[in-house]
Design a binder for this molecule. Structure first.
Ligand SMILES: NC(=O)c1ccc[n+]([C@@H]2O[C@H](COP(=O)([O-])OP(=O)(O)OC[C@H]3O[C@@H](n4cnc5c(N)ncnc54)[C@H](OP(=O)(O)O)[C@@H]3O)[C@@H](O)[C@H]2O)c1
Length: 313
């Protein structure tokens, strides 16, 4: 048995489930952090059977809720003194959702689930991560952030707590992109903040990955059809799980922190393409770059301050 402990959020489905199997096969101690315990028990059993690893524990976590995050972290710390790998895989995105969704703490739901929750949870687990000799945190980002190559695109800070619920059309696709951009910027800053503690924090830019039947069922019909077509040419959750495993365990990545990886396992860099049709086209087709927006100190500080303010209430 490997004595390393890994927490994977959203480990009952898709990439998270595949990652749990991948780590379990290598005999890591797995903590599946899932919001629906009944549904996830069946998956836990499958992972145990497929990996022949009996150290696959299921703990309740709703990462959109501060109270649930606090409960999860105190439960974890009662049982374990250190944590080696924390994978913020759980993500909320409901294709075609028209109604503004709020988290239990009154934060737009994708922002709460995808950015503020992982921020709070990483902070609450920092003391046990510090105890690991090689602590690594991985945040699941998305190619959707590439919309920020548009220089007019910004995070809608004015509507993150339902301020414009009645006057602005809710765009779940944009909110999802905003939340994942915030997660990326929080990744960069957390890497700096936790560097002194030896905790490495990186993100992975995930492209289209095949969605499970369970996930497709949650979509409205037209979006379900579009996602089913996209599934035909998408990579498998298992291939992305291999990439999670590589970033979180390999010698090559041991000293890397504050970086965004692409699905080819390459380190990405902020774009320095200038304006103009040819430059913009090159930027769009260059898989090695991410939008400058994410690298801007003022943008990073703004989202950091917001995360601190929202979580310290
Ligand atoms: N698949 C893609 O094409 C793609 C592309 C880019 C990025 N990503 C990112 O990759 C990650 C994994 O996605 P996936 O494709 O594997 O999706 P998935 O199969 O739908 O899995 C998402 C997981 O997140 C969990 N989750 C959602 N909200 C949660 C909450 N509040 N608390 C705890 N768990 C929660 C879900 O739990 P339930 O089962 O209980 O709902 C599920 O286990 C996500 O962060 C997603 O944004 C995926």
């Amino acid at each position: 048995m490997n004595d390393k402990i890994v927490i994977i959020t959203g480990a009952n489905s898709g990439i998270g489930r595949a990652a749990a199997i991948r780590f379990a096969r290598e005999q890591y101690k797995i903590i599946m952090a899932c919001r629906n315990i009944e549904k996830s028990k069946k998956i836990q059993q499958e992972i145990i059977e497929q990996s022949n690893n009996h150290f696959v524990e299921l703990l309740k976590l709703d990462v959109s809720s501060f109270q649930s995050i606090k409960d999860f972290c105190s439960e974890f710390k009662k049982k374990y003194k250190k944590l080696d790998i924390l994978i913020h895989n759980a993500g909320y995105f409901k294709h075609g959702e028209k109604e503004y969704q709020l988290s239990p703490d009154h934060i737009e739901l994708s922002f709460a689930t995808n950015a503020i929750g992982p921020f709070l949870m990483t902070h609450l687990l920092a003391d046990v991560l510090k105890k690991s000799e090689d602590a690594r945190v991985l945040n699941a980002c998305t190619t959707n952030i590439r919309h920020f190559f548009d220089s007019n695109r910004t995070i809608d800070y004015d509507n993150l707590q339902g301020e414009l619920i009645d006057s602005r059309r809710y765009n779940s696709y944009k909110m999802y992109g905003d939340s994942k951009m915030a997660l990326l910027m929080l990744t960069f800053k957390m890497a700096d903040v936790f560097r002194k503690d030896g905790i490495k924090v990186n993100a992975i830019q995930i492209p289209a990955i095949k969605l499970s039947k369970e996930t497709l069922i949650k979509f409205k019909s037209v979006w379900r059809m579009a996602a089913s077509i996209q599934n035909i040419y998408s990579s498998t959750p298992e291939s992305m799980a291999d990439t999670y495993f590589y970033i979180c365990t390999s010698e090559e990545c041991k000293d890397i922190t504050g970086k965004l990886f692409n699905d080819k396992r390459e380190l990405m860099r902020p774009s320095n393409y200038s304006s103009g049709f040819i430059q913009e086209f090159k930027q769009l087709t260059d898989k090695g770059v991410y939008p400058k927006y994410a690298d801007d100190i003022a943008n990073i500080e703004r989202v950091w301050e917001l995360a601190v303010q929202l979580t310290s209430k």
